[in-house]
Design a protein around this ligand. Structure first.
Ligand code: GLN
Length: 250
């Protein structure tokens, strides 16, 4: 199998090693005999719905977000069609904010988003920085934890009755008030968690690969053989302990 990944704006939205998420997906796929074909998609470059099994967009400073916002907003129909067609999506921090309706940055400029996620974001005066720990349940009955690092001025508000990626155990999350973090709509995941996210949360990497494989075959998400993940589990425990030591939000 060859999974097709579209990496949006790798030159602009790639802070805190977000590019590392692609490396993890590629390695974990290879360990299962699956090839990952990664296509960078820059400003004004073509993106066709159905052409990718997984779309990825990383984080960035307000300045970079301002450069790409009109471009990603212009892709709202294409992204909606891709998601409706079952493509998996992972969006981190600045990319996550720009999959919502808009991000009002610290200069007060309202940057248009793709409107794929039911949310909007507004920059506050104080940055939300530190290790984060979440409790998630992407599959009914499968409680999992996610550990990562956040650094954002944006406060994200989900629309009523929409689903967050997880509940904050330690850290700020979406806005430091609601107690939730990220957003999930089907196979579309948005989160503030950097680190990069996937090396210390291998279960989420495998979940995304399985969703992408389901899109590729038109079938059900496969259940992959578990990997040893000794280092990954250790990295997760260290990050989770740091987050817990930090407590709620400080
Ligand atoms: N610039 C955005 C903010 O400050 C996103 C930051 C990021 O991607 N880390 O909220």
């Amino acid at each position: 199998m060859k999974l097709r990944v579209g990496h949006l704006y790798p030159d602009y939205l790639n802070i805190y090693a977000d590019r590392g998420n692609i490396a993890v997906l590629a390695r974990r796929a290879a360990w299962r005999g699956i090839e990952l074909e990664v296509t960078p998609i820059g400003l004004g470059e073509p993106l066709f719905p159905g052409a990718h099994d997984l779309l990825y967009v990383g984080g960035g400073q307000d300045r970079e977000q301002a450069l790409i916002a009109p471009d990603i907003a212009a892709r709202s129909e294409t992204l909606a069609e891709a998601a409706a067609g079952g493509a998996a999506v992972l969006a981190v921090c600045g990319g996550y904010q720009l999959l919502g309706r808009f991000y009002r940055d610290r200069y007060g400029s309202e940057l248009p988003g793709a409107g794929l996620l039911p949310l909007y974001s507004v920059a506050g005066d104080r940055r939300m920085i530190g290790d984060v720990l979440l409790e998630c349940e992407l599959e009914p009955g499968e409680r999992r934890s996610l550990a990562g690092f956040e650094n954002h001025a944006g406060r994200t508000m989900l629309d009523d009755d929409e689903t967050a990626l997880g509940r904050v155990v330690a850290g700020f999350g979406n806005n430091g008030e609601s107690g939730d973090e990220g957003c999930r709509v089907g196979r579309v995941i948005g989160t503030y968690l950097h680190g990069p996210l996937l090396p210390r949360n291998p279960w989420l990497a495998d979940w995304l690969l399985a969703q992408a494989a389901a899109h590729n075959t038109g079938g059900e998400p496969p259940v992959f053989e578990p990997l040893a993940d000794t280092l990954e589990i250790e990295a997760h425990s260290v990050a989770a302990a740091r987050a817990r030591a930090r407590g709620g939000k400080s």
